[in-house]
Design a protein around this ligand. Structure first.
Ligand code: GAP
Length: 668
C-alpha cells in the first residue's frame, strides 16, 4: 500500500481506518489494487451522512436547486465537447526499465553520480567480427578499435539503403583493377551493417547513491539493454557525472526518466459487443458534464428559471498517474457537484440597471442585480459555511484564489477550498498549506456553448423579464450591452477554433438574440470530492488525550471527535450488566425508542469503561447507560439514564422521555 510512511500521524489514521472498519484497501486479499478503496461499515455510514447533508443543504433546503442522477457512461461526444478527449491529460514521465510512470511535476529531486551510456552492441556480434577480421594488432587493441567503431555507429544516423547502394557502386568503379582495396571497403561496410543490426542506440543512465560502485550501474544497464533484445551487451560510451537535486531520475529505480508525454486520464471501454474505434466510450471523469447535457430537459420539465442550479452526486473515474496519500488521490471516487446557472452580466444590467460586483456586496442574500462575481463570492461563502457546519473549523481551511495564469481559459475566477491535511506541505513559517477539497469556478457560458456547438441543439433560454426590460433601454445602452455581449461571444468562438467569418456571424446572431430576451446562461460550479471530505473529517477528528480508566488511573485514549451530524453512530445504548434481564429489557426499549430517528448501536459486552472507549475510538458522540437507578433503585431516578458525552467524558442524568429531543437537537 503506497502510504506516506514518513508521516506518523497518517500512519495511525490509516491503521485506525482499517482496524475499526472505516476504509479498507480494495481487493486486499489479492494484494490490493492501487488507487481504489472500499468503505467498511463505519466508513459507509460516514459517507452516507456526508452525502445526505450535502444533498439536503444544496437541494432540499433551497427553492433554486434541483437534483439529477445521470449515467456514468454517456455519449462519447460529450467528452469531445467538454475538451476531455483532447486535453484531460497529465504530463508524465516513464522509467524505461520498470515502465513505472510519475507525474512530470511531482518527481522527487535526487542527487548522486549519474552513470550514462550512449547504447550497446552485442558481444556475440563483436566476437564474430573479430574472428573474420583477425586483427593483426594484439587482441585487446583490435577489440577496442571495434568498440570505438560501434560507439561511432550507435551515435550517428544510419545510411539509407539507397545511399549505401550508390556508395558501393562508386567504390567498385573507383577501385577498378584493385580488387583487394574494393573488397576491404565492402568488408568495412558489411561490418558496419552488422554492428548496426546488433546494437541498441537508446541512451540510458542510472543515478548511483554515494558509495555504490559503477559496476551496479552497468548491471542495471545490461538488464535494460537485455530487455531490448541485446543479450550480453557491451556497453558503449560510459560517462560519470555528479548530479545535484535533479528531477530526471525515477525515485524508485533511479533510472533516468523518458521525456514528459501527455497521458489521458479517462478510462476507456467498449460499448456493445464489437470492439472498434466507433464503440469507444469513457467512464465519466466528472459528474458535471451530465448536468450540462441534461440542462434543457431539466429546465423544460421543472418549475425553475435562471438563476437556478442542478446538483448531482456520483462516481467519477480518473486513471491518475500517481494515486497517493491514502484516499486523497484515488482512481475511483465520488463527486458532489452543483452547476448554478446565472444570467450573463449584460442581461442583469439590462434588467436591474446595474450589476453588483463582489466588492460592493452588502449582503449575502441573493439579489436580482447580482452578476457572476457576486454569485461566485456567495457560493464560496456557502460552501465554507457547509464545511464549518459539519465540524471543519475555518482555521483548518484555506480559501485559495487561483492566479490569472492558473485559470482555465474559459474561467473568470476559481477559488479552491483547501483543507490542512497532515500530509500537506508546509510554508516558510512551518504552517500547513492545505490540499484541495473543493473548487468553486466561475466558468462563463463555456460549457453550454460547447454542447450547443457539438450537439447542434440550442442551449439558450428565453427570459421574458429581459425582453421586457430591453425594450425600455435607450439606444446608447442597448448598443453598449449588445456590443459587450457580442465581444464576449466572439472571444469564445475564436478561442475554441471557430473560423473568423463564422465566429463573427454567430456572435452577431447571439447579440441580436440578447435583445429578444435570449442568452446562454453562465455557470458557477462548486465541485467537491466526497472521499477527500471523508478523509478531511477523519484527519480532523483524530485525537489522542488522557482519560481516567475505571480505577481512576490516567490512560491514553484515541478519540474520533466527529461532529454529531456526520458521526457514523450517533448513540450507543449500554445496559450496565448483560445478565440482568430487567436492565437488558429497559436498554432494548431505549434502543427501540431512538432507532427510528438515528443510527443506534447496542452493546452489552464487557466492562462499561471498555465499552465507552470502543465508542470513543469510532467517534460515537453519546453513550446512554441503563443502570439500577433506571429501574428505580433510587426511586427519584426511576426511568432516567446516564447520558455520557464523548469529548469530555462528562455525564448527565436524563429522563428517558427527554432523551430523544435532547439527542435530535444535537445531531441535526
Ligand atoms: N467539474 C470540475 C471538476 O471535476 P476537479 O477539480 O477536477 O474539478 C473536483 O475535481 C473535486 O473532485 C476536487 O476538488 C476533489 O475534491 C475531487 N477529486 C478530483 N480528483 C480526485 C481524485 N483523483 N481522487 C479523489 N478526489 C478527487
Amino acid at each position: 500500500m503506497a502510504e506516506p510512511k514518513e508521516n506518523p500521524l497518517m500512519e495511525k489514521i490509516v491503521s485506525l481506518c482499517k482496524r475499526r472498519g472505516f476504509i479498507f484497501q480494495s481487493s486486499e486479499i489479492y494484494g490490493g489494487i492501487n488507487g481504489f478503496w472500499d468503505y467498511g461499515p463505519l466508513g459507509a455510514e460516514l459517507k452516507r451522512n456526508v452525502k445526505e447533508l450535502w444533498w439536503n443543504t444544496m437541494t432540499r433546503q433551497r427553492d433554486d436547486v434541483v437534483g439529477l442522477e445521470a449515467t456514468i457512461i454517456m455519449h462519447p461526444h460529450i467528452w469531445k465537447a467538454s475538451g476531455h478527449v483532447d486535453t484531460f491529460a497529465d504530463m508524465m514521465r516513464e522509467c524505461p526499465l520498470t515502465k513505472k510512470r510519475v507525474r512530470a511535476d511531482q518527481v522527487e529531486e535526487q542527487s548522486g553520480t549519474a552513470i550514462s551510456f550512449v547504447g550497446c552492441v552485442s558481444k556475440q556480434t563483436l566476437d564474430s567480427i573479430l574472428v573474420v577480421l583477425q586483427p593483426t594488432e594484439q587482441d585487446d587493441a583490435g577489440r577496442n578499435a571495434l568498440v570505438k567503431w560501434a560507439t561511432h555507429i550507435v551515435t550517428t544516423e544510419s545510411m539509407p539503403l539507397e545511399q549505401q547502394k550508390a556508395l558501393a557502386e562508386k567504390i567498385m568503379s573507383e577501385t577498378k583493377g584493385d580488387v583487394k582495396k574494393a573488397a576491404n571497403v565492402v568488408l568495412q561496410m558489411h561490418v558496419t551493417q552488422m554492428l548496426r543490426d546488433n546494437s541498441c542506440r537508446e541512451p540510458f543512465a542510472v543515478l548511483l547513491a554515494a558509495g555504490k560502485p559503477p559496476e551496479s550501474a552497468r548491471k542495471i544497464a545490461a538488464e535494460f539493454y537485455g530487455a531490448r533484445g541485446i543479450n550480453e551487451p557491451i556497453l558503449l560510451g560510459e560517462q560519470a557525472a555528479k548530479v545535484e537535486n535533479s528531477p530526471d531520475f525515477h525515485p524508485e529505480s533511479r533510472v533516468r526518466l523518458g521525456d514528459p508525454r501527455p497521458f489521458n486520464l479517462m478510462y476507456k471501454t467498449q460499448n456493445g459487443p464489437v470492439e472498434s474505434d466507433e464503440n469507444v466510450v469513457y467512464l465519466r471523469p466528472e459528474t458535471a458534464q451530465a448536468i450540462f447535457a441534461q440542462f434543457k430537459n431539466v429546465l423544460d420539465s421543472s418549475r425553475v428559471k435562471v438563476p437556478f442550479g442542478i446538483a448531482q452526486i456520483g462516481k467519477a473515474f480518473r486513471n491518475e498517474v500517481t494515486p497517493r496519500n491514502f484516499t486523497f488521490r484515488s482512481r475511483e471516487f465520488e463527486q458532489m457537484e452543483l452547476e448554478f446557472f446565472i444570467k450573463p452580466d449584460e442581461a442583469v444590467e439590462a434588467i436591474s440597471g446595474s450589476v453588483t460586483s463582489a466588492s460592493q456586496l452588502a449582503t449575502l442574500d441573493p439579489q436580482p442585480n447580482w452578476g457572476w462575481e457576486a454569485w461566485h463570492k456567495y457560493w464560496v461563502e456557502e460552501r465554507i459555511k457547509f464545511y464549518e457546519g459539519i465540524g471543519l473549523p475555518r482555521t483548518t481551511l484555506v480559501e485559495y484564489w487561483q492566479k490569472p495564469e492558473e485559470l482555465a481559459h474559459y474561467a473568470r475566477a476559481t477559488v479552491d477550498i483547501l483543507f490542512k491535511f497532515p500530509f500537506s506541505k508546509r510554508d516558510a513559517q512551518g504552517e500547513l498549506m492545505g490540499e484541495e477539497l473543493e473548487g468553486i469556478a466561475a466558468r462563463s457560458d463555456f460549457d453550454l456553448s460547447q454542447h450547443e456547438r457539438f450537439s447542434g441543439k440550442p442551449m439558450g433560454v428565453f427570459d421574458e423579464e429581459l425582453r421586457a426590460a430591453w425594450g425600455k433601454l435607450d439606444d446608447a445602452k442597448k448598443a453598449e450591452l449588445a456590443k459587450r455581449y457580442h465581444d464576449a461571444r466572439l472571444k469564445y468562438f475564436i478561442k475554441t477554433g471557430v473560423e473568423q467569418a463564422k465566429a463573427e456571424k454567430d456572435a452577431k446572431e447571439d447579440a441580436d438574440g440578447l435583445a429578444k430576451g435570449q442568452y446562454i446562461p453562465h455557470v458557477i460550479e462548486p465541485s467537491a470530492g466526497v472521499d477527500r471530505l471523508i478523509l478531511a473529517l477523519i484527519c480532523n477528528a483524530y485525537y489522542e488525550d488522557q482519560m481516567p480508566d475505571e480505577k481512576g488511573k490516567m490512560e491514553t485514549r484515541v478519540v474520533m471527535k466527529f461532529h454529531p451530524r456526520v458521526a457514523p453512530i450517533k448513540v450507543a445504548v449500554l445496559p450496565l450488566l448483560k445478565n440482568k434481564p430487567d436492565l437488558v429489557k429497559k436498554a432494548l426499549m431505549v434502543r427501540d425508542l431512538l432507532r427510528p430517528h438515528m443510527n443506534v448501536f447496542y452493546d452489552d459486552g464487557g466492562a462499561i469503561g471498555r465499552r465507552y472507549r470502543r465508542q470513543d475510538e469510532i467517534g460515537t458522540p453519546f453513550c446512554v447507560t441503563v443502570d439500577f437507578d433506571t429501574l428505580g433503585e433510587k426511586p427519584e431516578l426511576l426511568d432516567t439514564v446516564t447520558l455520557r458525552y464523548r469529548d469530555d467524558g462528562k455525564q448527565d442524568r436524563v429522563k428517558i422521555s427527554d432523551l430523544l429531543p435532547r439527542l435530535l437537537e444535537k445531531i441535526r
